[in-house]
Ligand binder design. Sequence first.
Ligand code: GAP
Length: 469
Amino acid sequence: MPASSLDQIVSLCKRRGFIFPGSEIYGGLANTWDYGPLGAEVKNRVKREWWNAFVRSRGDIVGLDSAILMNPKVWEASGHVTSFADPLVDCKSCKERFRGDKLLEEKLGVEAAAVLKLDQVKAMLDAEEINCPKCGKRDWTEAKQFNLMFETKQGVVKGEGSSIYLRPETAQGIFANFRNVLQTQRMRLPFGIGQIGKAFRNEITPGNFTFRTREFEQMEIEYFVEPGKADDAFEEWRTAVWDWYTGLGIEKDHLRIREHEEEELSHYSSQTVDIEYEFPWGWGELFGLANRGDFDLSQHEKFSGEDLKYTDPDDPEKKFLPHVVEPSFGCDRTVLTFLLEAYTEEELENGDVRTVMKFDKRLAPVDVAVLPLSKKEPLIEKAKEIQQMLLAETNLVVNLDVTGSIGKRYRRQDEIGTPLCITIDFGTIGEDKEQGDPDTITIRDRDTLKQDRIPIGKLREKIAEYWKN
Ligand code: GAP
């Protein structure tokens, strides 16, 4: 059962070192979050799974790591300068600013709110009697378009730098490098370019923890196909992405696919579907799949004056701009989804409730915890020896946890989702036959709570078997 409230996850993340409020010692900076040691590990694992599944193991996709700062013409060509905006309304009473469509979403549903025209937003807020969430009054301005791009200055002389944008999506770095990749990697259609990286949007109403922030990470693929073949690729990607999420432990019932209405489509897209997750506050976008046609490549041809056409290797007379299907994943939203989905409260036989993060074992931040039963020196020494052996002979993250009673340590490891705990006791070091034979340890499974006593010599084999299943 996933977390039923966001607070459960926010507090566990802070308590256990997954995610901290940003700049906390200075009183924070609203809606910024820092991934702590465990969160950074989970996030890296999500990125690793994504990269392995979509870039390394397919054979038709190559990777890229392009710059965040790009020539401003890129954003003119892409349409972001003119069209990347949300409807902003001001509360005249308390001066707070809101996204008009988001205020309406709760009442009308996402489909109805997303297709409203700019000049309909204020009238709908009044008609639906939606008051300011901050001061409770209803005194809205007309909605105006608010561009979400972060602008900054490049250059060392104060006041004289030229304006430049932080990229609002990683996708344009891919389009701008299309020809470089095509030529150097000798790619043949269909093929894709994938990249993971930061994106920045000056969101009007960030919130819901890491769901909507102004700085976030995306994992995007631009998949290039011959014109006329985009529909098939679109269907293949819809299935591949669904399978990736469910394969890593998201319940099918907690996901749904939502097709965008025509009026809702972004300026570049002829078809878009979102995969949505049932967050504690309702359904929200986790991933977007768009058919971008040849919009981006033809715009970049026009604005750069460069030839970006693909030449058919089997027929050099055949030159054309490929069409593009874009699977776009929010990395932070994906991590948040895995955190929410893993959160489980279980009643034990003795009536106690244990909180356990049931991550897929590929995503848990610690793979194995080694727990000496007491703080006695010979036990700690043996535990360190076993930890060092596993670190040297496997590529697992192996923690040594010595603080607190053994019960408390099991609870701590459950709360961070460690799949296997190894206990070293006086039997292990040959001092208490009743606890177990010399050179044997106890290995405990996070999910089944089953404990096995095995010889240390069989530990590697046991662990390998566990990770194989
Ligand atoms: N290149 C296409 C594109 O950027 P998008 O739907 O605007 O499409 C893709 O963004 C994904 O990026 C979303 O599905 C979401 O997961 C993530 N995302 C977008 N804005 C975000 C924000 N402000 N905070 C966190 N994640 C965000």
